[in-house]
Ligand binder design. Sequence first.
Ligand code: ZN
Length: 681
Amino acid sequence: MYDTNTTLVSQTTLPKFSQIAIDQVENAINEILSDNRKQLQHLLSTQHYSWNNLLYPLEALDDRLHQYWSLINHLHSVADNEALRNAYSTCLPLISEYSIEIGQNTALFEAVESIAKSEDFKQLTTAQQKAITNALRDFQLSGVHLPDDKKKIFKKLTRELSSLSNQFQQNTLDATQGWIKHISDEEQLAGLPEHARALAADTAKQRGFDRWLITLEPPSYLAIMQYADNRELREEVYTAQCTRASDQGPNAGKWDNSQIMIDIMEKRQQIAAMLNYQNFAELSLVPKMAESTTHVMSFLNELRDAGYKKAQQEAEELKTFAADQLGITDFQPWDVGYASEKLRQQLFDFSQEELRPYFPEPQVLNGLFNITQQLYGIKIKQRTDVDTWHPDVKFFELYDESGTLRGQCYFDLYARLNKRGGAWMDDCRGRRKLDGATQTPIAFVNCNFSPPIGEEPSLFTHEEVLTVFHEFGHALQHLLTTVDVADVAGISGVAWDAVELPSQFFENWCWQADAIPLIAKHYKTGEALPDNLLQKMRSAKNFQSAIFMMRQLEFALFDFRLHSEFDKEKPNQIQTILDEVRQDVCVLPIVPFNRFQNGFSHIFGGGYSAGYYSYKWAEVLSSDAFSKFEEEGIFNADTGRQFLHNILEKGGSEDAMDLFVKFRGRKPTIDALLRHEGIKP
Ligand code: ZN
């Protein structure tokens, strides 16, 4: 009954990207969803529910939807066009409607609960049990227990929230694009490096202006803040940026997000109250690794106390430098980036560009795969006979020591038109048990690096090398899993605040004197990275690290306190909480018209609400995990295998804290992170 489009999904062969018919996507999704609904009905018509007669067949239904949608989602990110974008935005609400429906399906919930309560439950594997416990939790968080009229309200709130978040994002985007500064006097651009001038000229041309155009897009904004000698220009651009979508600044009142933020907070608190949680922060922690709201707050405050003094010293050093060397005596927010860049240049005179010749892509990938083999015994082989979405895409297979294929991975490394920015890893297919066989996982690793030019390979900066290690670290967790239950295999079911552990963890090797020779070799001469460059690179790593940590803590504390304390009866609460947090952690000047919160998309537009702390949380985990390698040898195969068996292979099948303790022998502490960042010895 399936058209050619849905049969592209297979458990044993690779996806056929070249055969995906975009005009069929909507039909295919509708077909899968309606068949899933029909089959679910049928599955629920039995008497005694078990893993085999309910949950395993359900897994197969989910997997078919997931495998098909992951291809469309991926193409939408890396090879977008109008038809695809239309198909994508038509299907997205269909899929979210379906998942709310599943989450609130009382009959299904009761069936799963009956399995959890049955004698059979004890016979199930740890992974199966964890998948069931997670499912019951997710039903609860979707409001399955609510009476029908409340279920409707819950659904309505969920929909309203997603539309409010969307409006928040749209306003932020419009406000960002709605401010420009035309420059015709070249003197205004004094201090800007060539690439920033070229960007400004290019932007002007694209938008029908002559000479130069400054915008609030990060590359343009950051270049002005870091390099522009003209202090008034910096002040003007800073003011426009930090008042976006607010009641302040040059576009005051236009695209103002203030009321939307209050509405979002109100609805989040309503949802939390409906599910009997004291506040949204408490609700958001349910599926996370952190135990309680007090746990998160004391974690953030512990880091604050550990780093605050150092941050103050760094700020003092910066202010003194600005006064002595730059003649800036009334230090302002628009001087921070500029003075920091000048100080950085004085302390460590090198640029990321100088490193590029030492990090040609083939050498970096070689080193990456070599380290993976030393630590985990995994051999990686390239295959060139696979169907992909672009000729630049590379494909690799991962084999373990017994020669078994464990997973496969697409690398799409270069920037391209119609590809979304940044770097990310995505799940193409997850591991699960088939009839007498195993469905092996597949991952997508995506970056936006400069492509090779002519005969020369693509040359990476060290930051880009870190990015490849980071994304491949995610991929290894997805690909090396030995769990056979799809919902908790690989990256599935891993607690949100533990997801960045394997990725940040793997970055550590890029800083080690013993690992650098594996990934760095001059692409022409073959010579190793010179010692003095390595030294400069390593000491520059922790430049202003405490200031940076305080900034992250400002965002995390504001986010978490807001979602714990929000009370719609109190006026001006968002600003008040932010002001209080700043009193506690800010070491740099602030101006009263700053409305940073009105463009804080992570928490009002995206999924980081009451979760911004996760960045620091995962850094603590990854630093502490790596410190075991520092103690036992960074290429110690036993330590590597322990990380493989306790973390990477287990995915979401056990509690994240339990797994960490199994690997590390104790709970995480912040010491290693503070040492790695040069904050404490
Ligand atoms: Zn990541």
